[in-house]
Design a protein around this ligand. Sequence first.
Ligand SMILES: [Ca+2]
Ligand SMILES: [Ca+2]
Length: 419
Amino acid sequence: MSTKPPLAHSQADIKSTVASIPVTNSTVTATTNSTVHAGTTAGPGFIDSLLNKIPLPRWAIYAILALILLVVLICVLCICVKCCCRRKKKRKKRLDQQVNLKGLNGSTTAALVQPDVNDVEYGSANDPRGRLLYSLEYSAPKSELTVGVKQAAALKAMDLGGTSDPYVKMYLLPNKSKTYETKVFRKTLQPVFNEHFKFQISQSELSESTLVMQVYDFNRFSKHDVIGELRLTLSSVDWNHVIEEWRDLTEASKFEQENLGDICFSLRYVPTANKLTVVILEGKNLKQMDPGGSSDPYVKVQLVLDRKKWKKKKTSVKKRTLNPYFNESFTFEVSFDQIQRVQLVISVWDHDKVSRNDAIGKIFLGCDATGNQLRHWADMLSNPRRPMAQWHTLLPAEQVDGTLALKHTINIPFTGKTF
Ligand SMILES: [Ca+2]
Ligand SMILES: [Ca+2]
């Protein structure tokens, strides 16, 4: 208590009250006394009575309390450390994935990808679509255009999870006789393709052609989406140098992409039984072939072996629909030796009572197919006895016939629309 008067003095000085020192002194001491008194009687008194009720010595109670406090502190500390670690791990995992994807680039197995079920499209039309690094080289003596698809960057995410499964499709216009596709790179927005494709084209044709490179997002269970595209007018290119440059992708223009529709079917091969089963499941958004704005679709399933028409089956006709549901199964006897040489041609036709039936669109699968079709075929072969279903976008019959004809220059019995 002897130290209190100077403290009271100083408080009084600071406040610079006009009141006399003895008065302030007494009020301050009074208040301090009262607080001390209240503190010692109400709080501790209550705790004392509580502690007295516990049949343990005081030191033991204090020790237990300290122990509990220590345990709580350790728990809080553990939770904090765990949270931090998890965040670090996530960041590390993301980095690892990027590294793995970089390591995968260029490997042949990248083509046989099986993206997850959550391949769902989202995003709007005006987002940036990313960039593509390509190269162009023309050899006049060989009449050969070499297009290099080097890499893409900052591609637009098309799937849930913020990624895409990109691949590049390319062709020349107006003579769209050959379409090339790169391998698919799974779950990345910066694939490194490093693939080269050659077009046989004369110098005069070259100056009238447009090179179209489209970056697609692969989806196993739905239609592949165009992420973006590049259209290069080849007449404006200086062919004295090898061109290598980055360009921003633009939204794909639809004007020359005539929509023929999509077809879904499953393939199953049982090597021990020599059985190939094709189930034609359904078609969607088929092209309107009849004046009434509809079509009467049916599907032809054909096998070509050693350049000859080999086996043929067809579904029933579905009247007046552009989204037919077939679910019709066809089984062919194909030996393991034959399955490696056979081509499966799926064509969708519009039935007409009066006039000739028209082909709506066509695709072919087999070991010498490309892109999506080759992927489906490879999936079937690498998963024996399991039916593998997939959607395919129909191509113009002439284009597919052209590709087939190119491969079988002499013995082709199937040129023209009748195939
Ligand atoms: Ca995808
Ligand atoms: Ca018809």
